[in-house]
Design a binder for this molecule. Structure first.
Ligand code: AMP
Length: 456
């Protein structure tokens, strides 16, 4: 193993996020995230257990729904403020709480690498004020790091995609769309060689995937209450379970068209347990969250205007943040910008990997680009719908978008044209045109034995 321990010790890259944080190191020329309890992400949550011990990460998050008074989440929102945050009987500054998270990351890295880790690059949002940046740097120092650089998150993400070789010197305009658990921001960067400049940055510090969970949890609650005639409004435990179930369902809906959401013993009536068991389909879910996703469009347009650019002048659209895995996000952006976003680097990991690349460069290490296998084409099928205002059998539905990392599994629901129909011919195309005749036919197959009795 050759990690970046030349010229004065290992330099790690850290994404100190509102919802999750992560730490990376370059090994054998390749940036990698260090596993923490077997996962690349550490929930940015600090808690106090009933026995008075400090909890960080998953354990803190799990108890947080039941004991909010003994849990601090989203401390990043308070960075730079002169406040004391209660944690049980104790009081902590935001810098101290962030330092607890950073110390946990440091410990994970030292355990993994088997040696001390002191130097770090830490990322912050482009919109952070000077006080917020200083507080982040201080948190790093309290945790025992020498903070080599405080780097913008969109800049870090764009570094993952920066080209190497002769073409790297040409100027690129990059839009970074970052939708995390609790915050949204969009930045436009100008990149040339080693220099990256943030031209504009806008966003909403109270919009993210957690809001998707909330609308879905409320919908599940309403379904349960309507079905059983029982209110869950006062039942904190049941609501906490629904919120967790909503997040799991949401994540599954990014891949599958239908998800069965089940919660046994969610409530009771006359001593009888009541269960939740409903099917959620992606289209219905998308209608629930559409207003939230639409809200991000204004910021994108504002950022473009401020950068003095038209959408077609962008060279690259990059997605960052777990919530950008929601297919609706990619669809809306493609509609707005006329270009498919890059999907090759994991949106949860792009910032930390970019920070790690930067850290390796500071340590003087040669680094390779992050390589993943992606499909260079979009694939889809034909369906009967409306094309140019007329009914047509040549409508194209894209199912696997270009640049998706491989392997991939995607599902989409289609209905038969006639009642009782038992067979369908599925045509497969490569391309992006809404009319299948403009795409490349790859083949077809027959699905037989459909159940004519199946309910819609
Ligand atoms: P981040 O703050 O970038 O870690 O993003 C966390 C948010 O992304 C949370 O709201 C997660 O529930 C959400 N998320 C993670 N994976 C997915 C997925 N596959 N589809 C939709 N949302 C996701």
């Amino acid at each position: 193993m050759s990690s970046n321990d030349v010229s004065g010790g290992i330099v790690v890259g850290i994404d100190l996020g509102t919802t999750n944080s992560s730490i990376g190191v370059t090994m054998n020329g390749q940036p990698v995230l260090i596993p923490i309890e077997g996962q690349p992400l550490l929930p940015s949550v600090v808690g106090l257990a009933p026995d008075g011990s400090l909890l960080v990460g998953r354990a803190a998050r799990n108890q947080g729904v039941l004991y909010p008074e003994r849990t601090i989440r989203s401390v990043k929102r308070r960075m730079g403020e002169d406040v004391r945050l209660p944690l049980g009987e104790r009081q902590h500054t935001p810098v101290e709480v962030s330092a607890i998270i950073l110390r946990q990351l440091k410990l994970a890295a030292e355990t993994y690498l088997g040696q001390p880790v002191a130097r770090a690059v830490i990322t912050v949002p482009a919109y952070f004020s000077d006080a917020q940046r200083t507080a982040t740097r201080e948190a790093g120092e309290v945790a025992g790091f020498v903070v080599e650089r405080v780097l913008h998150e969109p800049t870090a993400a764009a570094l993952c995609y920066a080209g190497e070789g002769p073409g790297a010197a040409t100027e690129r305009k990059v839009l970074v769309y970052d939708l995390g658990g609790g915050t949204f921001d969009v930045s436009i960067l100008r990149q040339q060689g080693e220099v990256t400049e943030v031209l504009a940055s806008h966003g909403d510090t109270h919009l993210g995937g957690d809001d998707f969970d909330q609308v879905l949890a409320r919908w599940l609650q309403q379904r349960f209450e309507a079905q059983h005639g029982v209110s869950l409004r006062e039942d904190r435990r049941a609501l906490a379970r629904l919120s967790r179930l909503a997040e799991e369902t949401k994540i599954q809906l990014s891949r599958d068209s239908y998800v069965r959401a089940i919660a046994e013993d969610l409530g009771e009536q006359d001593g009888r347990p009541l269960h939740l068991d409903v099917e959620v389909d992606r289209h219905g879910y998308e209608e629930l969250i559409r207003p939230l996703v639409e809200r991000t469009k204004d910021s994108v347009q504002l950022a473009l205007r401020e950068a003095g650019l038209l959408a077609r002048q962008l060279d690259e659209v990059i997605l960052v943040g777990g919530a950008t895995r929601t297919p609706l996000v990619g669809e809306l952006l493609q509609g707005l910008l006329g270009r498919a976003p890059r999907l090759d680097v994991d949106p949860d990991q792009a910032v930390a990997l970019g920070a790690t690349l930067h850290a390796a460069r500071l340590a003087g290490l040669p680094v390779q680009q992050i390589l993943v296998d992606v499909t260079p084409f979009s694939f889809g099928t034909a369906y009967f719908g409306v094309l140019d205002g007329r009914p047509s059998t040549h409508c194209y539905k894209q199912i696997v978008p270009r640049n998706s990392p491989l392997p991939i599994r995607q599902t989409e629901v289609f209905f038969t044209m006639q009642d009782g129909q038992r067979r369908v011919q599925v045509e497969v195309y490569q391309g992006e045109h809404p009319d299948t005749r403009q795409n490349i036919p790859l083949g077809h197959f027959l699905v037989e034995g459909l159940d004519p009795e199946a309910p819609e």
